[in-house]
Design a protein around this ligand. Structure first.
Ligand code: MV4
Length: 504
């Protein structure tokens, strides 16, 4: 079905809302923002052609308001809604409601969101398509005896997983039979409260995997291609920090094989639009389907940098019913891209979010440096939303150059008002294990301690503080020498000549 998108509503905020509206504008599409009262001064509101306030502050009363957002789309005459990531992006009901209202949902059909959202259903579809999956039970378990029978066959440790959703919620590692009963109960109750679905199934636990995902694009006519992998192993509590493409462990042969698996996995659900197939890769470089993310992902820019393909534009073209314009053989990978997610957080203090107003913000620039950011100087990092400030992406011919460029770019940030993980990022990408490419999903837990940053930081602020104290002292003396004073002896700004005059 071919239908032009002339006007697009972006049902999101922050950097991804800005990212999406930029590509839409370049395609001649009029853009509509929605926003919460606390977000009224944010870039996505200012940069959109039109903007509508949809509520006060919390996600529940704003960016998760399905009816309100659809109402704004209809009122503003928007032809389509782009959900970004998070919020309503993987909500099958929302996708259906949008389509039922006669509006294009820039994303997959509700049926694909639904079947990939159910991890048991996804495993079944993907396995039937001939894609390797982690050994596990094909159905939910109703009793711990089923889990223990599985463990007898595949050995401990095993992993209890929620069928209703990913992201590590409702997940329990079980090392022996004694732990099973309580792990099963807590997995069930956590799954119930996180997803409203207490179904739990079992997988063999892979101990030191790397997390490697493939970007795919599928059109409405059953054509699909992959755009290579992203290495996403550097994460902390399921929050990714550093992503890159290509991965140091993926050979061209593996890329071809895994890419073909990713395409098969996507098509098994009748997938359309941009999506991501996550794999775990073990130390023998066996790969296993983990889950599918049925949205545009945070880390999509690293794929854009090495393929030269604007993923948002592709999403919009697919949504308009255009067939894929590129064949698999036409996809070329060039150079190396690295992304750091810059968070407002206190890396030295258990990574606690650091809220407040950004009082100063100057971003890195230069050849091969890209910054995707949705907050400006003067904006507030609040308790209401994710504390990500920006994504810094570097692109260069080689991985080493991309690391050097990133190190330089991170140093160029001049940001005040909140604490950030900028130094932590620099520490990670310059760690010998990272440089070697020898890491897995446990990297942060294994190597990162707050003391490392503290020790690195110490010398610099102390020297700076001493220098600053001297400057202040001398400026005061100088000022007193040249100043007129008030009757009480204090320096008067009225009677003091301007510095530049005195020095010039
Ligand atoms: C696993 C696993 C090991 N073995 N499954 C974490 C989030 C959820 N989507 C799936 N996850 C995992 N599933 C088996 N059978 C290890 C993880 C995992 C992980 C995966 C990807 C990236 C980071 C991770 C951190 C901890 C655990």
């Amino acid at each position: 079905m071919k239908k032009q998108i002339k006007k697009l509503l972006i049902a999101n905020r922050g950097e991804i809302a800005v990212r999406v509206l930029r590509s839409a504008k370049e395609m001649g599409i009029v853009t509509v923002a929605v926003y919460s009262e606390v977000d009224r001064l944010m870039p996505h509101v200012r940069l959109a052609d039109e903007a509508y306030c949809i509520g006060k502050a919390t996600a529940a009363e704003t960016y998760l308001q399905k009816e309100k957002i659809i109402e704004v789309a209809l009122k503003s005459n928007s032809d389509a809604i782009h959900p970004g990531y998070g919020f309503l992006s993987e909500n099958a009901e929302f996708s259906k409601m949008v389509e039922d209202a006669g509006i294009i949902f820039v994303g997959p059909p509700a049926s694909a969101i639904k079947s990939m959202g159910d991890k048991i259903a996804a495993r079944k579809l993907v396995k039937a398509a001939g894609v390797p999956i982690v050994p596990g039970t094909d159905v939910q378990i109703s009793d711990i005896s089923e889990a223990s029978a599985f463990a007898d066959k595949f050995t401990y440790p095993i992993l209890l997983k929620a069928a209703g959703g990913g992201g590590g919620k409702g997940m329990r590692i079980v090392s022996n039979v004694d732990e099973l009963a309580s792990a099963f109960r807590s997995a069930q109750s956590e799954a119930q409260s996180a997803f409203g679905d207490n179904r739990v199934y079992v997988e063999k636990y892979l101990e030191n995997p790397r997390h490697i995902e493939f970007q795919i694009l599928a059109d409405q006519y059953g054509n699909a291609i992959h755009l290579g992998e992203r290495e996403c192993s550097i994460q902390r509590r399921h929050q990714k920090i550093i992503e890159e493409s290509p991965s140091v462990i993926i050979t061209p042969e593996m890329r071809k094989k895994m890419g073909e698996s990713a395409v098969k996995a996507a098509l098994s659900s009748g997938y359309v639009n941009a999506g991501t197939i996550e794999f775990l890769v073990d130390k023998h470089r066996n790969y296993y389907f983990l889950e599918m993310n049925t949205r545009l992902q945070v880390e999509h820019p690293v794929t854009e940098m090495i393929t030269g393909i604007d993923l948002v534009k592709e999403q919009l073209r697919i949504a308009m019913g255009q067939p894929l314009s590129l064949k698999q053989e036409e996809i070329r990978f060039r150079g190396h891209a690295l992304e750091c997610r810059i968070y407002a957080e206190d890396s030295e203090n258990n990574f606690l979010p650091s809220i407040g107003i950004i009082t100063k913000l100057r971003s890195p620039q230069g050849f091969g440096v890209r910054e995707d950011r949705g907050v400006d100087e003067g904006n507030e990092i609040s308790v209401y939303y994710d504390p990500m400030i920006s994504k810094l992406i570097t692109w260069a011919d080689t991985r080493d150059e991309a690391i050097h460029k990133m190190t330089r770019a991170l140093k160029e940030y001049n940001l005040a008002g909140v604490q950030t993980n900028i130094q932590a990022c620099s520490w990670i990408i310059n760690h010998p294990k990272f440089i070697e490419g020898n890491f897995d999903t446990h990297f942060i837990k294994e190597y990162f301690t707050p003391e490392m940053l503290r020790n690195e930081n110490k010398q610099i602020p102390e020297a700076l503080a001493i220098a600053a104290a001297f400057i202040q002292k001398f400026e005061k003396i100088e000022a007193q020498q040249i100043a007129g004073t008030d009757r009480d002896g204090s320096i008067s700004n009225w009677k003091t000549k301007r510095y530049e005059n005195l020095r010039g």
